[in-house]
Design a protein around this ligand. Structure first.
Ligand SMILES: O=C(O)CO[C@@H](C(=O)O)[C@@H](OCCCCCc1ccc2ccccc2c1)C(=O)NCCCCCc1ccc2ccccc2c1
Ligand SMILES: [Mg+2]
Ligand SMILES: [Mg+2]
Length: 352
């Protein structure tokens, strides 16, 4: 008879999930049993790939081929990697990658194929955007680069999740019939919010994903927003930050359209909660000079309130409306993008 007890390796995978992402672990565990395991493995495989990308102690000449070939490890039975620096925060998912492989090989072939396809594209995309130690090679230069990099590391996750949910019959086929435009926006909204929020932390790690096409309008050197605390430099930094928030708001319409098409309640919560955290984070970082000196996070109490209110689409929409208002009211009339941000907020209010 079928025992309900999870295998040792599956239990270990849930341990690895909890160790590497409190926020996503909480929402993934909410999912229906039919897709909870495959989404957990999808997360762990991509987090392992990202742990290679994020590790600045791995030389680019090693890292680039490792990223491009990572997808081939999914054909192995027990591959592991111990080459991360000692301080790399999620190194455990690579050290214990054999546990993930054991469970990955038990998945239905069509689930394995979705994970493999996304992993291959993401690994090559990350490799295309590797910086060497003095910010050269092909960093994120233009706004098109910004969108493409975020497509590789987050938009593709949305695409893969949509394919998994449609295959498992937890979402309308219509989510997979827009060329994954809305799925892409789900990832870009989250990733762009993180990139804006992580300005200081990323520069400390020796990297940045803020597009040069934007920041070069406000400074000759991106670290100046942190180093130069003069009012003039702070004003330039805030104008740059606010322009990136404006760019991120361009995804809100498609995010809300996507959420309106997710029918299964557990899948809705899984999709809605990260987006609601993101709009709250965007409103908090908007016009906020603390971003240049620390990672600005939303308060714990706010998080609990947001989770409770985002169980239904009207609840999610009311949260977005509220934070769009916050951004509008925080706007500085001297900000070069003052009018554009007012228009964008107005457009979103019309739409919702
Ligand atoms: O190192 C870190 O802790 C942060 O790394 C960031 C970075 O390095 O840029 C960065 O790493 C990106 C590369 C690995 C992606 C791993 C991932 C994340 C969330 C998932 C959720 C469900 C299933 C699979 C998932 C896979 C990162 O984690 N950014 C957070 C935003 C990515 C959101 C992905 C995403 C996209 C669409 C979604 C739609 C619905 C629900 C969740 C969604 C989640
Ligand atoms: Mg990362
Ligand atoms: Mg990364």
């Amino acid at each position: 008879h079928q025992t309900s007890k999870q295998s040792e390796s599956l239990q270990r995978c849930y341990y690895l999930l909890n160790q590497t992402s409190r926020s996503f672990a909480a929402v993934i565990k909410e999912l229906h049993p039919e897709i909870k395991d495959v989404v957990t493995l999808f997360y762990l495989v991509l987090r392992a790939l990202d742990t290679i990308e994020d590790d600045m102690t791995i030389d680019p000449s090693i890292k680039v081929p490792l990223l491009r070939e990572f997808v081939d490890k999914l054909n192995e039975k027990a591959w592991t990697f111990n080459g991360n620096g000692p301080d790399e925060k999620d190194r455990i998912v690579l050290v214990e990658f054999d546990q993930i492989l054991t469970e990955y090989h038990k998945l239905k072939p069509e689930y394995q194929d979705i994970i493999k396809d996304i992993t291959k594209k993401m690994g090559n995309g990350m490799a295309d955007y590797i910086l060497d130690d003095n910010f050269n090679l092909n960093g994120v230069e233009t706004i098109a680069d910004f969108d493409l990099y975020c497509h590789y590391v987050a938009g593709l996750v949305g695409e893969g999740l949509t394919k998994l949910m449609v295959l498992a019959k937890f979402s309308d086929n219509s989510l997979a019939e827009d060329g994954f435009k809305r799925s892409n926006s789900m990832g870009l909204f989250l990733q762009k919010t993180n990139i804006i929020r992580d300005y200081h932390e990323d520069l400390e790690d020796g990297r940045s994903f803020w597009p040069k096409e934007v920041w070069s309008k406000y400074t000759d050197s991106l670290p100046s927003f942190h180093k130069d605390t003069s009012p003039e430099s702070e004003f330039q930094g805030l104008s740059c930050l606010n322009e990136l928030v404006l760019n991120s708001l361009g995804h809100v319409k498609e995010v809300l359209e996507y959420l309106s098409l997710v029918k299964d309640p557990s899948s809705f919560n899984f999709c809605a909660i990260p987006q609601v955290m993101a709009i709250a984070t965007l409103a908090t970082v908007y016009n906020n000079p603390k971003v240049f000196h620390s990672v600005v996070k939303i308060r714990k109490g706010t998080t609990c309130d947001l989770i409770l209110r985002s169980r239904t689409l009207p609840g999610v929409i009311s949260i977005f409306r509220e934070y769009i208002q916050v951004i509008n009211h925080k706007s500085n009339v001297k900000d070069p993008n003052y009018l554009k941000i007012g228009i964008k907020c107005g457009e979103i209010e019309q739409f919702i």
